[in-house]
Design a protein around this ligand. Structure first.
Ligand code: GA4
Length: 328
């Protein structure tokens, strides 16, 4: 049995593994078939109720997924001293346990890439050819971004707002500030009915996040009553969540979901997340058409994505970042 020293337990955080909701009446995470004509209405419903859903018939080639996963597994299998040549993550590069600049830690190692997917830091890493992983990231992200834009257009249609690219154009912009992350959660034995925190609870600051993982559990989302709902893994589907900026653009109709990842006691978890963000200069404020042309008050004061990002990087992971921008 692995015994964690007290400081380590305090450092990573533990949660009782029966602290989650196992509500038999809960209908489950919304599942949306993107090829069906009713997808737009179901997407809107899922964003309003949970800020989270799973998609099938997404059109992402299996080959792009498996190629990137195998390159990532190869990278994470390298000796730590090699991986560290691509670090530290400040914020981009290889990171190990430290998340963000303000003292958050988790049982996770990761690669965080900037919007240009700059691989400079990875050039000296022995064992993995950066060109191969770079090409794998490029193909995968291009395809996932297309799917994210398709979802955003369906959401605009479902909300009855025009033009239909009102959200997707923010990701399509050539200066879109999107980032990409690959996480590896090594297994960590069950600690007397408790689980180690892999990635602590948080909301994503961007517009939309698209996640895909291998078949290892760990992801949980927070429900309205504050309980945690484990998300069963599915390596063939994608999980999508609403980010803080989308909550603002929709004046709170869509919910930016709190989520976290617990380390699995038996298997490694590998996940890849595309965070779709707007250009830095983009004003983030509720869309006028969603304010009923002035009849509904904005819940937030206007800010630019640059301001929000600066403020996010001053915060701790679990903070309520939007709180600072709510109108009183
Ligand atoms: C959460 C969502 C993305 O993973 C991320 C994270 C970022 C980081 O890991 O550098 C942050 C976190 C995330 C929000 C608050 C700040 C910034 C760590 C942190 C404590 C890449 C992002 O954009 O914001």
């Amino acid at each position: 049995m692995v015994v964690l020293s007290k400081p380590a337990m305090e450092q990573y955080g533990l949660v009782k593994n029966n602290s989650c909701k196992t509500n038999t009446f809960f209908p489950g995470i919304p599942l949306i078939d993107l090829s069906k004509p009713d997808a737009k209405h179901l997407l809107v419903k899922a964003c309003q109720e949970f800020g989270f859903f799973k998609v099938i018939n997404h059109g992402i080639p299996t080959e792009f997924i498996s190629r990137l996963e195998s390159e990532a597994v190869k990278f994470f299998s390298l000796p730590l001293s090699e991986k560290e040549k691509a670090g530290p993550a400040n914020p981009f590069g290889y990171g190990n346990k430290k998340i963000g600049p303000n003292g958050d830690v988790g049982w996770v190692e990761y690669i965080l890439l900037d919007p240009q997917f700059n691989f400079q830091k990875f050039e000296t890493v022995f064992g993995v050819t950066p060109e191969k992983i770079q090409a794998a990231v490029h193909d995968y992200v291009a395809s996932v971004k297309k799917m994210a834009c398709d979802i955003l257009e369906k959401l605009a249609e479902g909300l009855n707002i025009q033009p239909k690219n009102v959200f997707s154009k923010l990701l399509m912009h050539e200066q879109s500030d999107s980032v990409f992350r690959v996480n590896h959660y090594p297994p960590y034995p069950d600690l007397h009915g408790r689980n180690l925190i892999g990635f602590g609870e948080h909301t994503d600051p961007q517009i939309i996040s698209v996640l895909r993982s291998n078949n290892t559990s760990g992801l949980q989302i927070a429900l309205k009553d504050g309980s945690w709902l484990p998300v069963p893994p599915d390596q063939n589907s994608f999980f999508v969540n609403v980010g803080d900026s989308m909550q603002v653009l929709t004046n709170g109709r869509f919910k930016s979901v709190r989520h976290r990842v617990l380390a699995n006691s038996l298997k490694s978890r590998v996940s890849m997340i595309y965070f779709g963000g707007p250009p830095l200069s983009q004003k983030i404020a509720p869309l006028p058409s969603l304010l009923m042309n002035g009849e509904e008050d904005s819940l937030y004061r206007e800010f630019t994505w640059f301001e929000y990002k600066m403020s996010a990087y001053k915060s701790r992971l679990a903070d309520n970042r939007l709180g600072l921008f709510e109108k009183v």
